[in-house]
Design a protein. Structure first.
Length: 447
């Protein structure tokens, strides 16, 4: 917004003294006739409203040839002092008036200057200061330049995600699943500049990856990262990204933080637990293409990296990786190219088998070759060992019935899942099975 200027016109004050109605001279003569025939004449001149007083005179007149002395009383000095006091008072009043008017002029001019700079209260034109309370238009203005489109090509085609500029030297954060399997990666800045990007590294478990672009000749704006541990349920947030592709780049949505420290379980296509991630849940609308973009609080600080949403049949259930954990991971990726910890997500463990719940005495088509198989005990029957590197390989066999794990009876597959959720890779569990007409205990190291 162009700022206008206001020319101040100097103030000129003219003080005019207006005379009042001047009283006519009044002469009062008293004549007393005695032996000396003396007459006294007193003349009084009444001062005007402008304090212009004439001298007061009293004259003794002797009508005979002999003239007596003449007496005169004058207040000239007193009147002069009064005039000076009045002039000083007038000057002081003028000075006070001038000071007051100058102050008022300064206040008015200052207010006008502020209005010009801030766009007369228009939120979209107010300079955004990340770290202070901001409006959604201010956040959009400040944060859109810190987001990029991430366009990848793979052997199967390609896709688009979002990235966050972390530093002015060209480091960009995004999701691992955005760049997984990429042959080429390009970033698209907010001004539509397209730059080739290098994959520094990534971590599939936490779904984080780091890109690097050459900043030469670019004016990159880095995002301000906040403290995700201070996020509270109900707090307003804003998401920026590229839903449905670069055609909708810089799309801004808003909502609230619906939950914090939400444990989200992610399963593989065959139903096995892949990992559990601890995420921020938000009602801000997230769509494919938002992945890797920022979740921003109302101070303009990035507190999360958007990663997923619940299936399409649900609305307003999205998730973001808290930045406190993400920044630690991204820093290690920057230094080493990878990350091996479990700060944001815990890898799921499994037995590596396919199984089904059975009840003693009932028959089941347990395998493709068996149309009818009768369960000798109630529990979970193993129908397939998944692979040679699974936890159960060499420990469990097809037709084994798992009766308990760590002393807890299991009646269906969900019981097994709940027990395994309490364990991590490397833990050893004790499993009681029914095999060949007898109970047997086996120890299994989870992977």
């Amino acid at each position: 917004m162009a700022a206008g200027a206001e020319d101040a016109t100097g103030l000129k004050e003219t003080e005019t003294l207006h005379s009042g109605e001047t009283a006519a001279d009044s002469q009062d003569t008293v004549t007393v006739k005695d032996a000396s025939e003396t007459a006294y004449t007193q003349e009084t001149v009444i001062a005007s409203n402008a304090n212009e007083a004439a001298d007061l005179k009293e004259t003794e007149t002797v009508p005979d040839a002999e003239q007596g002395p003449v007496y005169t009383w004058s207040f000239e000095e007193q009147l002069k002092a009064e005039r000076e006091a009045e002039k000083k008072k007038s000057r002081n009043g003028t000075l006070i008036y001038a000071v007051i008017m100058t102050c008022l002029f300064a206040v008015c001019f200052g207010t006008l200057a502020v209005l010009i700079v801030t766009g007369f209260g228009g939120a979209g034109n107010t300079p955004a200061i990340p770290g202070e309370q901001m409006t959604i238009p201010q956040i959009a203005e400040a944060l859109i330049p810190t987001t990029v489109g991430v366009s990848v090509t793979t052997e199967k085609g390609g896709g688009v995600g979002t990235g966050i500029i972390m530093s002015e030297d060209g480091y960009i954060a995004t999701n691992y699943h955005v760049i997984s399997g990429a042959k080429t990666v390009k970033t698209v800045l907010s001004d539509q500049t397209v730059i080739d990007a290098e994959i520094v590294g990534g971590d599939e478990l936490s779904d984080l990856a780091l890109l690097k672009i050459d900043p030469k000749g670019l004016r990159l704006s880095a995002a301000l990262f906040g403290d995700s541990d201070k996020a509270v349920i109900g707090e307003e947030v804003v998401a920026i990204g590229n839903p449905a592709g670069l055609e909708f780049a810089g799309t801004v949505t808003s909502g609230i933080i619906s939950a914090i420290n939400r444990n989200v379980r992610i399963y593989s296509s065959n139903g096995l637990l892949n990992k559990t991630m601890t995420l921020i849940q938000t009602s801000a609308n997230l769509n494919p293409g938002n992945s890797g973009g920022p979740l921003i609080n109302m101070r303009g600080e990035v507190i999360g990296i958007n990663t997923m949403r619940l299936s399409a049949e649900y609305e307003g259930i999205g998730f973001a990786i808290p930045v406190n954990g993400a920044l630690k991971i991204l820093e290690e990726i920057r230094r080493t190219g990878s990350y091996s910890g479990e700060d944001v997500a815990v890898r799921g463990v499994s037995l590596g088998v396919t199984a089904t719940a059975v009840v003693e005495g009932n028959t089941y088509p347990l395998t493709r070759d068996d149309e009818r198989w009768t369960a000798a005990k109630t529990g979970v029957a193993i129908s397939q060992i998944m692979s040679g590197d699974s936890s159960a390989y060499g420990k469990l066999e097809v037709y084994d019935i798992v009766m308990s794990i760590d002393g807890v009876a299991v009646d269906d597959v969900y019981d097994v899942r709940e027990i395994l959720l309490t364990h991590r890779s490397g833990d050893v569990i004790s499993v009681i099975i029914w095999r060949d007409g007898a109970e047997k205990t086996v120890s299994i190291t989870l992977k």
